[in-house]
Write a protein that binds this ligand. Sequence first.
Ligand SMILES: [Zn+2]
Ligand SMILES: [Zn+2]
Length: 98
Amino acid sequence: MSKRVTSAARYMLALNDCRVFDRHQWHATFVVGQYLCTTCGASFYCPGCTLSIPKNARARLCPEHHAEQEARDEQARRHRHEQQQQSSQPSIQKGVPS
Ligand SMILES: [Zn+2]
Ligand SMILES: [Zn+2]
């Protein structure tokens, strides 16, 4: 009565991550900025890591740049929010009088 998880079952779980949650295993290849998901075999490249777009690779931010992007988005959101609060007091700037 071995209670081992078969590699097939593990593979199905991992593939589920890929297809349902879009969470891939990032494995760096010999090409900078290009990554390979060892689970579903898809190729990705990170626009933040490389400027050259490999063939047959999907654009996807690597975990590192993804975190950076999230931080930027969060900052932008906060910034927009502040601007909205300020604009509740209309300050119309007319052009410089000539
Ligand atoms: Zn994958
Ligand atoms: Zn990156």
